[in-house]
Design a protein around this ligand. Structure first.
Ligand SMILES: NC(=O)c1ccc[n+]([C@@H]2O[C@H](COP(=O)([O-])OP(=O)(O)OC[C@H]3O[C@@H](n4cnc5c(N)ncnc54)[C@H](OP(=O)(O)O)[C@@H]3O)[C@@H](O)[C@H]2O)c1
Length: 199
């Protein structure tokens, strides 16, 4: 599969390396342009290349992993995403002080969905720090748990299959409203919970 990234920071690269190690094609993009991504491309390895945001958005799946305040500029002017899966790793954090951004009573992934019309948004990989996401998910006799939510059942099946193929155990929490609230950082009960599913 070809997987595009908008955002090649600590979370984006942790996931990109996992996907690359599993043989997927990776397109990394950021705000400064492809020429700034030589080191991340090299360290991600495999079939990884740098591209524009638009090129990343034309991949089979798109990972959105930018700081919350850059959601608008990161998604502005993207090609039509009709039916495409967007993996949302983002947390609605305002600095300083890790304050919860104003979301109008919704969850952050519902807000993200408004920025990527036509896409099927799945929230996953937002509750663990980069070193744990980058580490071997087969650990302590089991598989590291990732929480997931989304409003499209088929999209969640595809995303769960992708992460399970890496060795993670994916726990489906339901839709973006209910599941997203449990995954929410700051405020939800699940961030920083590092669980290992046995068996
Ligand atoms: N760090 C954690 O522990 C953690 C854990 C779970 C979830 N998260 C969430 O995951 C997301 C990414 O966090 P991070 O720690 O990986 O951030 P980071 O290391 O600061 O990296 C941010 C990336 O976003 C890119 N970016 C910023 N504005 C952009 C734009 N307008 N268009 C395209 N790319 C843009 C940056 O590119 P440039 O450098 O070129 O601007 C950079 O590659 C955040 O929403 C965060 O809340 C973080």
């Amino acid at each position: 599969m070809k997987i595009g990234f908008i955002g090649a920071g600590s979370i984006g690269l942790a996931l990109a390396k996992q996907f690359s190690n599993a043989g997927h094609d990776i397109v990394l993009s950021n705000s400064r342009g492809p020429e700034s991504l030589a080191d991340p491309v090299r360290s991600t390895g495999g079939k990884t290349r740098a591209g524009t945001r638009a090129e990343a958005a034309r991949a089979d799946m798109l990972v959105l992993s930018v700081p919350w305040q850059h959601l608008g500029s990161a998604t502005a002017g993207l090609p039509v995403l009709d039916g495409r899966i967007v993996i949302d790793t983002m947390n609605p954090v305002e600095m300083p002080g890790f304050r919860l951004a104003e979301l109008g009573g919704r969850t952050s992934s519902q807000v993200v969905a408004d920025h990527v019309p036509g896409a099927r948004v799945v929230k996953i990989a937002n509750t663990l720090p980069p070193p744990l996401l980058a580490a071997d998910p087969r650990t302590n006799g089991g598989r590291r748990v990732l929480f997931m939510s989304g409003d499209d059942a088929q999209a969640k099946t595809e995303v769960a299959r992708l992460f399970e193929s890496l060795g993670f155990a994916v726990v489906d929490l339901g839709g973006l409203a209910t599941g997203g609230a449990m995954q929410q950082f700051p405020g939800g009960p699940l961030p920083a919970l590092n669980l290992v599913k046995q068996g």
